[in-house]
Design a protein around this ligand. Structure first.
Ligand code: GLN
Length: 254
């Protein structure tokens, strides 16, 4: 090979190597995800690391890994999550969102990822509340914009509950209950279980749930590609056992 041919050959080689190394190490797509982290065991702040942990965090990371994208996870107030997805500030939100027709008019939901339902928490030493029929003269505290708020307002409308107080998040609602500023919290059953467990016996739940719901991941209607990836990833991790491992980590008694 003469000198100029050698030169061309090495230039071609350089271009080829750069191209392949680029595509092999190309940064994968990073999607922004937010959640409201006072909703254990779905999303909660780890006081030691300051990071958000929980079922929803593990689930979205497993979906991302399966589909070859990355997620950047942030905390946001619950009533700010859907607006942030709507305005494009966020790519998606996984935050124990109940799939409702009203929400589905403005955003897309992924396929359902877990069964849920709304229930009632009370102070353990309050004997005046034994069943749902005892709520007629009681005040409920709820999280703003939650399906629990809707259930509570419907109960009030039909005369089965006296008043509804709205707080920014579930932690504040539970604090109100413990301090006696409200009689009950109306909120998602699984999360109520976590708060009751962590309350040193101060709060307990009424046995009968108020309804049945399902959670979905919130994605903009402008991003059908992301919806497809999330649904594919969810189906894959259900099929390959990853979902079961995450479920067991948070919901199987130890
Ligand atoms: N599941 C309820 C809802 O979608 C509450 C969710 C939450 O507080 N993170 O409204």
């Amino acid at each position: 090979m003469n000198k100029s041919l050698k030169c061309i050959a090495s230039a071609v080689l350089l271009v080829v190597v750069t191209f392949f190394s680029r595509s092999a190490f190309a940064d994968s797509e990073v999607y922004t995800v937010a959640m409201e982290p006072t909703f254990p065991p779905f999303e909660m702040l780890d006081s030691k690391t300051g990071k958000i942990t929980g079922f929803d965090v593990d689930l979205i990371k497993a979906i991302a890994k399966d589909q070859g994208f990355e997620v950047e996870i942030n905390a946001l107030g619950f009533d700010g999550l859907i607006p942030a997805v709507l305005t494009g500030k966020l790519d998606m939100s996984i935050s124990g969102f109940t799939i409702t027709d009203k929400r589905a008019k403005v955003i897309n939901f992924s396929d359902p990822y877990i069964d849920a339902g709304i229930g009632v928490m009370k102070r353990s030493d309050d004997d005046s509340i034994q069943t749902l029929d005892d709520l007629k003269d009681k005040t409920a505290v709820v999280q703003i914009g939650s399906s629990g708020q809707k259930v509570a307002e419907d109960l009030k409308e039909s005369g089965k509950l006296k008043a509804v107080v709205v707080m920014d998040n579930v932690a504040l609602a539970v604090a109100d209950l413990i301090k006696g500023r409200a009689d009950v919290v109306i909120n998602d059953v699984t999360v109520n279980v976590a708060y009751a467990k962590g309350s040193n016996g101060a709060i307990e739940m009424l046995k009968t749930p108020l309804n049945k719901e399902e959670y979905g991941i919130v994605i903009s209607k402008n991003n059908p590609e992301l919806l497809e990836k999330v649904n594919k990833g969810l189906a894959n991790i259900r099929a390959n056992g990853t979902y079961d491992i995450i479920f067991a980590k948070y919901f199987k008694a130890k």
